[in-house]
Design a protein around this ligand. Structure first.
Ligand code: PHE
Length: 345
């Protein structure tokens, strides 16, 4: 029997030692670091190759083959061990009684439209069926469109009726959807009819019936001959369709510089049935639908000849209508984002 060279003895011993270490690895992480230590780029087994210059020339081929074989053996051992560890983990997971595959899944929470969106969509459907366009106008407006075009010059006391958020640019956050009236007159050829729903902003303190950000729907109809009768009929159609019941309404004279004559249309408070509550400020009635015939100055600002064209306009308080439809006692709930409130709809 020929004597084995020293390196052969060393490599054989290495194989036994690595095998033992691999089998002793108790976790996938431990096994991984062992793998790096043995076979990685800077690992101990590849490092053996650096010893080739010290090996007798006739042994070099054998040495290289032996190192490669060692590398393959250790790699195979690691794979076997890894498989065993993975199987142990799976078995442990399957035996884990705290995991119950028959348990029902968590309830899925499905969202739904906000009540403001629901009522707005209903209003859009009603007016679309009556031949109205639905328009979307900017929330940031010019002083001209929000005030001047509506017959409210800078010195006019009516400016104080609507406290305004002014922007540094001189623009403002529209205080009412009426800011779209003159835009619409320029955009469409008379005759036309349109509604423009949207958010409006007022720089004022909030209470149960006032919010700094709320929703309106403007309605505008321009034709050669329109009357207050048309206006009231459209309002009645709207209210009974949205509230799905007969509601008591009353008409009062109302002052807005952009209509003449102007009206306030009130409805019986649907939250308290007229007894008085926070939503109607204990009055039993709610101002819901200011409206009137378009002022000649506004027609002129819109490029229309008041001797030829007439119009009516309304500014429906959408937030208030939602409150009336669902019996919501406080307007601040609508934009408050409280899911306990919103999930009721
Ligand atoms: N823009 C008015 C407001 O917000 C309401 C209104 C609209 C009145 C149209 C008359 C006609 O107070």
């Amino acid at each position: 029997m020929s004597e084995l060279p020293d390196w052969q003895i060393e490599i054989d011993a290495g194989a036994g030692r690595w095998q033992a270490e691999v089998n002793a690895a108790e976790s996938l992480e431990a096994l991984r670091s062992l793998e790096v230590q043995a076979l990685g780029k800077q690992g101990e087994i590849p490092a053996l190759m650096k010893r080739i210059p010290q090996i007798l020339p006739q042994d070099r081929k054998g040495f290289g083959q032996a190192v490669n074989a060692l590398q393959a053996t250790v790699a195979a051992a690691i794979e076997v061990r890894r498989q065993a560890l993975v199987e142990t983990l799976i078995a442990a997971e399957l035996n884990d009684t705290s995991f119950d595959p028959t348990q029902a899944a968590l309830p899925l929470r499905v969202g739904h439209p906000h009540p403001l969106s629901t009522v707005q969509a209903d209003i859009e459907a009603i007016f679309t069926s009556m031949g109205f366009h639905v328009l979307d106008y900017p929330e940031i407006e010019s002083e001209f469109d929000n005030f001047e075009a509506l017959n409210i010059p800078g010195w006019h006391p009516a400016r104080e009726m609507q406290d305004t958020f002014w922007l540094e640019s001189g623009h403002l956050l529209r205080t009412h959807t009426s800011s779209g009236q003159v835009r619409a007159m320029h955009e469409f050829k008379a005759p036309f009819r349109a509604i423009f729903p949207g958010k409006v902003f007022r720089y004022e303190s909030t209470d149960a019936s006032h919010e700094h950000t709320f929703h309106q729907v403007e309605g505008l109809m321009i034709d050669r001959k329109v009357t207050v009768g048309h206006l009231l009929d459209s309002m009645r159609t709207l209210l009974s369709a949205i509230l799905q019941r007969e509601v008591e309404i009353r008409l009062r004279p109302g002052y807005f510089p952009f209509v003449e004559p102007g009206f306030e249309l009130d409805i019986r408070c649907q939250v308290c049935a007229g007894a008085g509550c926070s939503a109607c400020k204990r009055r039993g009635w709610l101002e819901l639908l200011p409206c009137g015939l378009v002022h000649p100055n506004v027609l002129r600002a819109g490029g229309l000849d008041p001797d030829e064209w007439q119009g009516w306009a309304f500014g429906l308080g959408l937030s208030r209508l939602v409150m009336m439809r669902y019996g919501v006692p406080d307007v601040r709930l609508l934009m408050g984002g409280d899911l306990r409130f919103l999930s009721q709809f």
